[in-house]
Design a protein around this ligand. Structure first.
Ligand code: MN
Length: 149
């Protein structure tokens, strides 16, 4: 592996010397139109910084896990479900996702939604909702519209 330059330039939401990756393995969980770039990953500082981007109408997986997320919206507008509340999000918003809290991000229909997400290098695997848990969220008037598809 060739060493990366300590400075990597950024253009049109792509960083140089940085792979554009699939969000997750296809078929492993529901998601739509989302990519991942791993910007920093170093066991010495024990954290990883990723950039995720959803095309208009895209969404991340509805999931929860022990590890936290610290998210900074870099681009666009959308909504996120955190626990049983839907929040509008836009560029420069900071979003904290506490351990074991259901979460999902959705881009608005008219703009891509891009965000940085910091996580531990060593982390547990996300859990998906059981059909009962999904049904409980889908029948809650606060979250029903968000979970329509
Ligand atoms: Mn997550």
């Amino acid at each position: 592996m060739t060493a990366k330059s300590p400075v990597r330039r950024f253009d049109a939401f792509r960083w140089e010397d940085t792979d554009l990756l699939a969000y997750k393995e296809e078929g492993s969980a529901p998601f739509k139109a989302i990519t991942r770039q791993t910007l920093f990953r170093d066991p010495a500082i024990k954290c990883e910084l990723r950039y995720f981007e959803m095309a208009p109408g895209g969404y991340s997986t509805l999931e929860r896990h022990e590890h936290m997320h610290a998210v900074l919206i870099l681009r666009g507008r959308g909504e996120c479900l955190i626990g049983d509340t839907v929040h509008k999000i836009e560029t420069n918003d900071l979003v904290t996702i506490e351990p074991w809290t259901w979460h999902q991000f959705r881009a608005n229909a008219d703009l891509p939604l891009g965000f940085l997400c910091m996580v531990n290098v060593e982390r547990d695997k996300p859990a998906l909702p059981s059909s009962e848990e999904r049904q409980a969220l889908a029948s809650n008037p606060k979250t029903a519209a968000f979970l329509k598809d």
